[in-house]
Design a protein around this ligand. Sequence first.
Ligand code: PXG
Length: 290
Amino acid sequence: MKIYLDGKLVEREDARISVFDHGLLYGDGVFEGIRAYNGRVFRLKEHLDRLWASAKTINLKIPIQQKDIEKAVIKTLLANELFDAYIRLVVTRGCGDLGINPTKTMSPSLIIITDTISLYPEEFYEKGMEVITVSTRRITQDSLSPNIKSLNYLNNILAKMEAVRGGAIEAIMLNSEGYVAECSCDNIFIVKNGVLYTPSGSEGALLGITRETVMELAKNKLKIPVREERISVYNVYTADECFLTGTAAEIVPVVSVDSREIFNGEPGKVTISLIKEFKNLTRSTGIPIK
Ligand code: PXG
């Protein structure tokens, strides 16, 4: 397996970075998780724009141009002969001394890992998934913007640990006011009376690329209204439908939240239609690898 590291394709064993890299020492860096389907990289420009936005917010200068990262992603996929893949882009702050001061670091490192994707079991997509709300709150805008996709994922990891301890796979995270923000690695949607709702970025949601795609599909293909609004746990329990979105998960129906069955405990009609539309879109659009 070939890994892209600072301009070169190297073997997996040789893909190493220094123990003095602030990405490791302090989680100082940003990343993206991207998918390739059927020989095309899905929404690459949107992922790169978000990477740039995350980097800008933490004042990290990405060492190469967007167009060149695009080429590097394609080159890495081709080197590994991957046409359906999970792509991880990482930009670390780079090497420095043992102090946190990022102005004392050398140049940032760019890593591109491409691999096959491990998916949730097919059963979750057909029968739906059970999730629970956890006590770990989503970090607030006033300490660290939850919109930044940073290398500092402890907030989400703690939530995920609670979910697993509680026998669930995903965790619903609330913001500091007790409203629904998102899940540990996915965004959340509900459907009520024919309207699709999802928490806005200011409620603590990462502005997911899948989230954005689903909102577009709902408006343009399903012709249903979409609202980015405050959602309470009550709204989720009493929803007609609920589902999660993410690059790895795509769209997963949720049929139970904290042991409350969502509607009749089966994946809803809107969810099923969105899964179908999403599948069509991912298999037919994107930057071609060849
Ligand atoms: N919220 C959070 C906190 C995330 O980390 C999403 C929502 C969904 O966003 P996208 O753009 O993917 O639709 C994410 C995405 C993994 C993995 O390997 C996934 C993510 C982060 C880390 C690992 O499944 N998240």
